[in-house]
Design a protein around this ligand. Structure first.
Ligand SMILES: NC(=O)c1ccc[n+]([C@@H]2O[C@H](COP(=O)([O-])OP(=O)(O)OC[C@H]3O[C@@H](n4cnc5c(N)ncnc54)[C@H](O)[C@@H]3O)[C@@H](O)[C@H]2O)c1
Length: 258
């Protein structure tokens, strides 16, 4: 590794699993101090200990991204302990299959709270903490923020919201001269618990058909591995992307190229 993230302090939400975990590991492997946060304390703790044992500078904080108080506590604590904050990866997210007719108001609101409000709070707190010396905010949207899917309307709405909110925040930071870049990443289907649990909640026969149909729609013919998305997050987090802001980085095996 070449130390592309040396000297940077990074917070990754939802960092106990999947894309967040892989992104945390990629940044730490390049020399960053990484704080992973998650509602799953047992997994976050275990994964941070595993990475520390491998020689990486990783810490875990319990954190619900829908809580304003939690955000303040985590950001204040990181800045106090490490002196500054350079990168926030707003990655925590949930996905529940529920077509419009079946979706409940409670389910809809829960998806927006985690996927969209969590990103708003994380972006706001990151800007407040980073505006004096600049930084990078990476918001994990999805291909589901670019194209529609009849099975997950609440998720579509939340990820489409993250896409445009990211551009708005990027323009605000640029106008104010903060030196903070804000970008979104749009993964296609990635082999993580999020996808497995969403499909696994369907009746077995429907799940098998959906899985086959899904693979048929991905030009590269396979799901992404979390580390393949993490490399894109790493690029946007690092100074190598110094002229990239308000952009959407699609990493989907060609799914949306049709
Ligand atoms: N897996 C995919 O195919 C895919 C595709 C596109 C985008 N994404 C997005 O990538 C992000 C990560 O997803 P993943 O696939 O790695 O899922 P994952 O389920 O493996 O990890 C998500 C993590 O977020 C945590 N989390 C959930 N709610 C939280 C909350 N309120 N506060 C803090 N942490 C919370 C979970 O405990 C979990 O550890 C999500 O935003 C997801 O929407 C995933």
């Amino acid at each position: 590794m070449s130390g592309r993230m040396k000297g940077k302090v990074v917070v990754v939400t939802g960092g106990a699993s999947g894309i967040g975990l892989a992104s945390a590991e990629a940044c730490a492997a390049e020399g960053a101090v990484v704080v992973i946060t998650d509602v799953n304390a047992a997994l976050g703790d275990a994964e941070s200990k595993r990475m520390v044992a491998a020689g990486l500078a990783v810490e875990f904080r319990h954190h619900d991204v829908t809580s304003e108080a939690d955000w303040r506590r985590v950001v204040d604590d990181v800045v106090q302990r490490h002196g500054h904050l350079d990168v926030v990866v707003n990655n925590a997210g949930i996905a529940v299959i529920a077509p419009v007719e079946q979706e409940t108001l409670e389910g809809w609101r829960r998806t927006q709270a985690v996927n969209m409000e969590g990103v708003f709070l994380g972006t706001r707190e990151a800007i407040r903490a980073m505006k004096a010396r600049g930084g990078s905010i990476v918001n994990i949207s999805s291909i589901e923020g670019l194209v529609g899917d009849p099975l997950i309307p609440a998720y579509n709405a939340s990820k489409g919201g993250v896409r445009l909110f990211t551009k708005s925040a990027a323009l605000e930071c640029a106008q104010r001269g903060y030196g903070i870049r804000v970008n979104s990443v749009h993964p296609g289907y990635v082999g993580t618990p999020l996808v497995a649990n969403a499909i696994g909640a369907l009746p077995a026969e429907q799940a098998a058909v959906l899985q086959q149909d899904l693979l048929g729609r991905i030009p590269l013919g396979r799901l992404a591995e979390p580390r393949e998305v993490a490399q894109c997050v790493l690029f946007l987090a690092s100074d190598e992307s110094s002229y990239v802001t308000g952009a959407e980085l699609v990493v989907d095996g060609g799914y949306t190229a049709r």
